[in-house]
Design a protein around this ligand. Structure first.
Ligand code: SF4
Length: 289
């Protein structure tokens, strides 16, 4: 068995690395409790580690910030203006770990609406980034699918935006439908470069392999897109941790590609790589016997 890792874009992206560092540094230098406004990143095992290291998750929904006695770290996906305002009203010290790319999309959504555009964002209704971004507008809409885009009424001018982790090809299809809903469509969609390149790498890796393992959180949008991309070519399995690897997925002749979502810790990728190497050696020994 041969094991190949996606060479450049697997594991923590810049935005996650920054949020992780900010959260842990805040914990280290702050007296009293430190809270996260929600899951800092979409990865269960990584969030478990942060909780073990003294960061508590508040899970703020729609600006309902509880009156807690501590510092509040805003997560990488961003939070709504209502959440920031409520935390300020409560006098909570705020540390903002919003990814700069997400912050730019939020500001763009607000500015476009103020200039008279109907903002329509392609993203997932239940995803914290999409919800927080659209909360910077008064009338912005999220569309999650082609069917939802087709069901829209018409608007004078539409400004299209995208959740930073969606597939570019899917977003382009949504824009084609939006063109039929207005005489003026401005395309401002910005898929994060890390996400795009990770998807390209996953597709290229899948072409070289007979099976792909994606390491990452089940709730992570960018991780699920890697699964979508790789599974177009070969059987693809998503694991959060090494314990979930099933030996039955592989054969001695397998060429296994490993890639990882933007919120996957290096240790989780390394453990999966090491386990696959061991499995491969065991299979080679059995084949030789
Ligand atoms: S995937 Fe891109 S947009 Fe999302 S946190 Fe990472 S760098 Fe920021």
């Amino acid at each position: 068995m041969q094991v190949i890792r996606a060479p450049r874009f697997s594991g923590f992206c810049g935005g996650v690395k920054r949020a992780w560092t900010i959260a842990l540094r805040t914990r280290a230098v702050t007296e009293g409790p430190v809270y996260l406004s929600g899951e800092l990143i979409n990865n269960g095992p990584a969030m478990h580690e942060l909780e073990e290291r003294g960061l508590s998750v508040l899970r703020v929904i729609d600006g309902e910030v509880p009156a807690v006695p501590g510092t509040l770290v805003m997560r990488a996906h961003g939070e709504s203006p209502v959440t920031f305002a409520r935390a300020q009203e409560l006098g909570l010290p705020i540390v903002d770990a919003t990814c700069g790319i997400v912050r730019a999309v939020q500001q763009k959504a607000k500015a476009l609406e103020e200039s008279g555009w109907q903002v329509i964002l392609y993203g997932h209704h239940d995803h914290p980034e999409a919800r927080a971004t659209i909360a910077y507008t008064q009338h912005g809409l999220i569309v999650d699918s082609l069917a939802e885009a087709e069901a829209l009424t018409s608007f004078e001018r539409i400004a299209a935006l995208a959740q930073t982790t969606v597939l570019l090809a899917d977003y382009d299809q949504i824009c084609e439908v939006l063109k039929t809903k207005t005489s003026e469509l401005a395309n401002h969609g910005q898929i994060c470069a890390w996400t795009r390149m990770a998807q390209e790498e996953a597709a290229a890796l899948a072409l070289e392999c007979s099976v792909v393992v994606v390491v990452g959180g089940r709730g992570s949008s960018n991780t699920r897109r890697l699964v979508d991309v790789a599974s177009e070519h070969v059987p693809t399995y998503l694991v959060e941790t090494v314990e979930e690897l099933e030996p039955g997925w592989f054969q001695a002749s397998s060429v296994v590609g490993v890639c990882a979502g933007a919120s996957t810790r290096e240790g989780d990728v390394a453990s999966v790589m090491a386990r696959l190497e061991t499995l491969g050696q065991e299979m080679n020994v059995r084949t030789a016997e």
